[in-house]
Write a protein that binds this ligand. Structure first.
Ligand SMILES: [Zn+2]
Ligand SMILES: [Zn+2]
Length: 473
C-alpha cells in the first residue's frame, strides 16, 4: 500500500483556515497562564493572520538558489554532538531534483529550555542580535529579558521574500510552531511574518505533549512540580551543574542559561545546592518538561498556537514502535518507554487533558477510525483510541500528527512509510505520514544508527522541497 491520501475534508470542508479564525483568548481549564505571548506584545499589533497569498501568485522568491534548511534539534540536542548538516549533505546526492546543494543550518538553542525561550533563541540565531525573550515573559518567569549576543546571524537575510525551510526533530517541531506563532504575533517586530517559514517538516514531534514526561518525573497533579526521586529530577541536577560550569564548557554542553544567571560567576555553591533541592528552572512553567505536558499543550492551543498558515507547507512524519498486541503487524521490539506510554493512566491527570473531556471524545474518535485502520492499527479498543497509546518510544501517535485536533485544523493523513516520492504539495494543510518500524531516534545521525529510514527520508524530503520551490518560481 503506498501513500493513500485520506482527506478529513468530509468534516474539514467546513474548517476555517487561520486567516479566518479568531484566536481564543484564554484557557479556562488551567487558569494559571493566559496566552503570555499575546499579552507580551504591548508594542505590537494584534495577532496577524496569514496574508492569504496564493503560492503561485503572491509569494515570489527573489533568488534562484535552493532555499536553505534550518534543522531544529530536539530535547537535549546540541550542535557538535551529532553532525546533522554533514549527515544531510551525505544524502543530498540521492535527491533526484536537487541541482545544487542545499545549505543546511543547525542553530544552537536551549536543549532543555521552554518552547518560548527556544523559539527566541532560534530567531536570533538566524538573524543575529541580542536574544530578547520579551519583557513580560521575562518578568513572569523571573529571568533576564536579554540573553546572549549573537554577533553573526546564520541567515541575516531571512525575510518574507527570502523564507526558509524548517525541519524539526522531536521538540524541534513545536519549537518551530512557537516561532511561527510569535512571528504572527509581531513579537519580533512588524517586519517579520509567519510566511518566512516556507515549509515545516516535523519528525516525531510532540506537538500536543507526551505522557512520558509524567513517567520521567513531572507531577501528574501539580505540574510543573517534579518528583524528587525521578529521572527528571536527576536530569535537572545535571543541567544545573552544566549551567554552573558553563563559562568553561564546550558548545556541545551549552544549556543556554545566560538569562538565568546560574554560572559560577553569578551564584555560589550554596545557591547551586539549593537548586539541587528544588530547581527554579526545571520546576517552572518555563522549561521543556512542562511544555511537554498535556496541560501546557492545551494552554498553547487555547491561545491559537498551532493553526496553519496558508502560505506554509506542513508535513509530519509519525513513527510507531510495536506493542506486543501489534507485533504481527510490526516486527520491532518495543522498549520500556513504549510500554509506559501505552499503559499510562490518563485518569490520574489533573487537570484533565482536553482530549479526555467528554465532548472532545465524541468529536475525536469517530472521524479517526478510518485513519486508524489505514495505519494498520486495528480497531480502537478503548474510548480514547489507540493513537493515544501507540507511540515511537517517546511520543504518542496523536501528538506526532500536528497541533490541534484533526477537526480543528486542516490535514491529510497517509498510511505506509516507504517514502516513495509522491509529493503532496499544498500549503496550509498538514500532510501526515505514518511509518512503521522506525522509532523516536531513527532520524538522529550516527554511524551506528544509520538506517534505511534515514536513507529514504532525506532524499524524499529534498525532492519535496524542490517541488515546492519549482511551483513558486
Ligand atoms: Zn523564558
Ligand atoms: Zn489530522
Amino acid at each position: 500500500m503506498s501513500w493513500l491520501p485520506r482527506s478529513y475534508l468530509q468534516f474539514g470542508d467546513t474548517l476555517q483556515s487561520e486567516s479566518s479564525q479568531s484566536p481564543p483568548t484564554s484557557n479556562s481549564s488551567t487558569g494559571h497562564l493566559s496566552c503570555p505571548q499575546t499579552s507580551e506584545n504591548t508594542l505590537s499589533s494584534p495577532p496577524r493572520p496569514s496574508a492569504g497569498l496564493c503560492p503561485q501568485s503572491g509569494l515570489e522568491l527573489v533568488e534562484d538558489e535552493p532555499i536553505p534548511i534550518v534543522l531544529v534539534q530536539g530535547f537535549l540536542g546540541t550542535p557538535g554532538v551529532f553532525s546533522w548538516d554533514n549527515h544531510v549533505y551525505k544524502h543530498h546526492s540521492t535527491s533526484e531534483n536537487s541541482g545544487s546543494r542545499r545549505q543546511v543550518i543547525v542553530p544552537s538553542v536551549g536543549p532543555v529550555s521552554s518552547l518560548h525561550d527556544r523559539a527566541c533563541e532560534l530567531f536570533y540565531a538566524l538573524v543575529g542580535g541580542i536574544v530578547d525573550y520579551g519583557i513580560k515573559h521575562s518578568i513572569l518567569h523571573k529571568h533576564d529579558r536579554y540573553g546572549r549576543h549573537v554577533s553573526d546571524g546564520l541567515y541575516p537575510r531571512w525575510s518574507k521574500l527570502r523564507p526558509l525551510h524548517f525541519v524539526g526533530h522531536s521538540i524541534g517541531g513545536p519549537t518551530i510552531i512557537k516561532l511561527q506563532y510569535l512571528l504572527a504575533q509581531g513579537f519580533f517586530g512588524e517586519e517579520y511574518h509567519p510566511d518566512m517559514i516556507l515549509s515545516l517538516s516535523a519528525v516525531c514531534a510532540p506537538f500536543r505533549g507526551t505522557q512520558l514526561v509524567y513517567t520521567l518525573g513531572e507531577s501528574t497533579t501539580s505540574a510543573p512540580a517534579v518528583r524528587f526521586i525521578s529521572v527528571g529530577n536527576f536530569l535537572a541536577k545535571v543541567v544545573h551543574v552544566l549551567a554552573y560550569l558553563s563559562p568553561i564548557l564546550p558548545a556541545a554542553l551549552d544549556v543556554h542559561a545566560d538569562a538565568r544567571r546560574l554560572s559560577y560567576h553569578d551564584i555560589g555553591l550554596r545557591e547551586l545546592l539549593k537548586h539541587f533541592w528544588r530547581s527554579d528552572w526545571a520546576e517552572s512553567h518555563d522549561a521543556a518538561p512542562f511544555d511537554m505536558t498535556f496541560e501546557a499543550s492545551d494552554d498553547r492551543e487555547a491561545c491559537g498556537e498551532g493553526v496553519v498558515y496558508s502560505n506554509t507547507f506542513y508535513r509530519s512524519y509519525v513513527s510507531i514502535t510495536v506493542f506486543p498486541r501489534f507485533s504481527h503487524l510490526i516486527p520491532f521490539e518495543a522498549g520500556p518507554s513504549t510500554s509506559a506510554i501505552r499503559d499510562f493512566d490518563f485518569d490520574a491527570l489533573v487537570p484533565k487533558p482536553s482530549f479526555c473531556a467528554s465532548d472532545a471524545k465524541a468529536s475525536n474518535t469517530a472521524p479517526l477510525e478510518e485513519v486508524r485502520l489505514e495505519a494498520g492499527l486495528g480497531p480502537s479498543s478503548n474510548f480514547l483510541g489507540d493513537e493515544y497509546r501507540l507511540n515511537d518510544g517517546v511520543v504518542p501517535v496523536f501528538s506526532q500528527w500536528h497541533p490541534l485536533q484533526c477537526s480543528a485544523t486542516s490535514c491529510q493523513h497517509y498510511s505506509d512509510g516507504h517514502y516513495q516520492y509522491k509529493p503532496f504539495v499544498q500549503p496550509g494543510v498538514w500532510a501526515v505520514t505514518t511509518t512503521h518500524g522506525s522509532n523516536h531516534l531513527s532520524l538522529i545521525p550516527s554511524p551506528i544508527w544509520g538506517s534505511s529510514f534515514q536513507k529514504s527520508f532525506w532524499p524524499e524530503l529534498l525532492c519535496w522541497l524542490d517541488e515546492i520551490e519549482k511551483r513558486l518560481r
